[in-house]
Write a protein that binds this ligand. Structure first.
Ligand SMILES: [Zn+2]
Ligand SMILES: [Zn+2]
Length: 334
């Protein structure tokens, strides 16, 4: 375990700590390709995973040898990929084993490596990253992230590109309602970790997905309805285009987010308004006009304090829609 002298650091390349990404000050003398910010992280990594993979990292982290032919080069690349995939599985299994034994702190570096190697192999936008993220979140949650530097790493990495990674990695695409459960789940993890800004973003994302879906669905419905009404002279029943389980999930997600929004006295009422509007639209399409009205009225009340003209106009339109639907229903029954 040596200090890295400035001269030993290649020009233009910032060496960073294996565990927290802070500028490195030490190198593992056994492999000479792994760097640390200090002894704390070096020891933590060694005890968790590095001792087991130290030698395996050497071929991965040293420059590729010179190959005589393209064939040889391809073979070399394949070997590299194979090694990386092996490491991914190995680190993942080790992290899982620690978690199973309740050793959360030991699990963190192993989970972290499982994620990093996945990023190397699969890129930043792969569905393959999801299990590693969840494992890391679980390990960090259990460990309580007492380590400030690791905490910083976790937050910055999750807040920058990782959000997009997670989003894009969901198999259904970033805006699909089937993805909203994933956002919601991850948001809850971060809420538990008291990463409130991050959970906030994720809750907003989940709300937006439902809002966009329901809004588009309503637009399509009313277009179809106006065409059909000309032909048949009768109105169509509302529907959400969802099955019962999906409707139940939408309600569960949106009402959970709403209670979180309301309990945190958000300084941004427009986020609460978004959830209220979405719930109103959902109940409207489910033909529960009294609940739809209730949520829309609450949204309007908030919009008044927030003094957004545009927001109020949108909510009034929604209310008009609900009222006119009620009227039509009245006519239909008389
Ligand atoms: Zn470190
Ligand atoms: Zn090493």
């Amino acid at each position: 375990m040596n200090l890295i002298y400035p001269l030993a650091v290649p020009k233009g390349r910032r060496l960073s700590c294996e565990v927290c990404d802070a500028p490195a000050e030490r190198v593992c003398t056994a492999c000479t390709v792994t760097y640390y910010c200090g002894t704390v992280h070096q020891k933590a990594d060694w005890g968790s995973i590095h001792e087991k993979i130290c030698q395996l990292l050497i071929p991965l982290r040293t420059a590729m040898p010179f190959y005589n032919s393209e064939e040889e080069r391809q073979h070399g690349l394949q070997q590299l990929q194979k090694r990386q995939k092996h490491l991914i599985e190995f680190c993942y299994t080790v992290a899982q084993k620690y978690l199973f034994e309740g050793k959360h702190e030991e699990a963190v570096p192993a989970a972290l490596h499982s994620l990093r190697f996945r990023m190397n192999v699969h890129g930043l936008n792969s569905v393959e990253l999801v299990p590693a993220y969840l494992l890391l979140a679980e390990a960090s949650l259990g460990a309580g992230i007492k380590d400030v530097r690791h905490r910083v790493w976790l937050v910055t990495s999750f807040t920058t590109d990782s959000r997009q990674i997670y989003f894009a990695s969901c198999a259904f695409g970033t805006e699909d309602i089937r993805t909203s459960g994933g956002y919601f789940h991850l948001a809850n993890i971060f809420h538990g970790l008291e990463k409130l800004e991050l959970s906030d973003t994720l809750y907003t994302k989940a709300s937006q997905i439902w809002h966009t879906y329901l809004n588009n669905h309503y637009q399509a419905l009313s277009r179809a309805r106006s065409q059909q009404a000309d032909l048949l002279g009768k109105r169509f029943l509302n529907d959400t285009g969802l099955d019962e389980a999906q409707e139940a999930e939408a309600i569960r997600i949106l009402t959970s987010i709403l209670s979180i929004r309301e309990s945190t006295f958000s300084k941004e009422p427009q986020k609460t308004i978004l959830v209220l509007k979405t719930l109103s639209l959902l109940y409207f399409l489910m033909m529960d006009n009294s609940k739809a009205k209730d949520y829309a009225m609450r949204a309007l009340g908030l919009a008044e304090t927030y003094r957004s003209v545009e927001e109020r106009r949108v909510i009034r339109n929604l209310l008009d829609l609900i009222y006119s639907d009620e009227e039509q229903e009245g006519h239909a029954t008389t």
